[in-house]
Design a protein around this ligand. Structure first.
Ligand code: CDP
Length: 213
């Protein structure tokens, strides 16, 4: 069965440093689809709120693409601030329209985050839930931070990750959880190439063909 006529929307969820962002990026490039890293929206809202003391829901309502360009948003501090405002239902509600519009682009789209398969794109034909053991996720994040010149130690990375996982999974508003129809991909023992290959094979098994050369 091929589904070449069907709009390909790929919804990818999972915890921090599970590899979902890399998989999303590579799938988007492979299929020629636009990609939205929805975590960046929460990071931007959290970071601006922490810096200015303004109401996070208002910031979310007024967010524009210029707010997403600051490289500081990729750091762990912005991740923590993002996870705090992500628990506020009004913040989530005010970011909903932008994400839904992105997902309804004519040619399809790839979105990654925590609630893509459950809330933003419940009808996506492809849903992946990417996980990895806490140890391998912390190791990856540690290497990533070191490569960016951030001075940190592994136990601290592990502890901060556990704190964010707990906040993301226990919150009442759109907690991190796999959609019932999501395919579980554990990347603990996979490098980026192997994880991409596994995700692509799954999508092709569902009948979506890769674009020709
Ligand atoms: O890159 P990493 O996985 O570490 O984090 P992220 O995807 O950039 O997300 C930062 C924070 O935003 C997460 O800890 C979540 O609390 C929140 N988030 C969310 O609630 N819903 C999403 N769709 C995406 C992110």
């Amino acid at each position: 069965m091929t589904r070449s006529a069907e709009r390909l929307v790929i919804a990818i969820d999972g915890p921090s440093a599970s590899g979902k962002g890399t998989i999303a990026n590579r799938l988007a490039a492979h299929f020629g689809l636009p990609h939205l890293d929805t975590g960046l929206l929460y990071r931007a809202v959290g970071w601006i709120a922490a810096r200015t003391g303004r109401n996070p829901a208002k910031i979310a309502a007024e967010l524009n693409s210029g707010d997403l360009a600051d490289p500081i948003l990729r750091g762990d501090e912005a991740g923590q601030e993002g996870s705090k405002v992500a628990a506020i239902p009004e913040v989530r509600a005010n970011l909903l329209k932008f994400q839904k519009e992105f997902a309804s682009k004519e040619g399809g789209a790839v979105l990654d985050g925590r609630d893509i398969g459950t809330v933003i794109c419940p009808d996506a034909p492809v849903k992946l839930f990417v996980t990895a053991s806490p140890e391998s996720r912390a190791e990856r994040r540690y290497q990533e931070l070191r490569a960016r010149g951030v001075d940190t130690i592994k136990p601290r990375v592990l502890a901060e990750m556990a704190e964010r996982d707990r906040r993301d999974s226990e919150r009442a508003a759109a907690p991190l959880k796999a959609a019932p129809d999501a395919w579980l991909l554990d990347t603990s023992d996979m490098d980026a190439d192997a994880a991409f290959a596994a995700a692509l094979a799954f999508i092709e098994r569902k009948g979506f063909r890769s674009p020709g050369p």
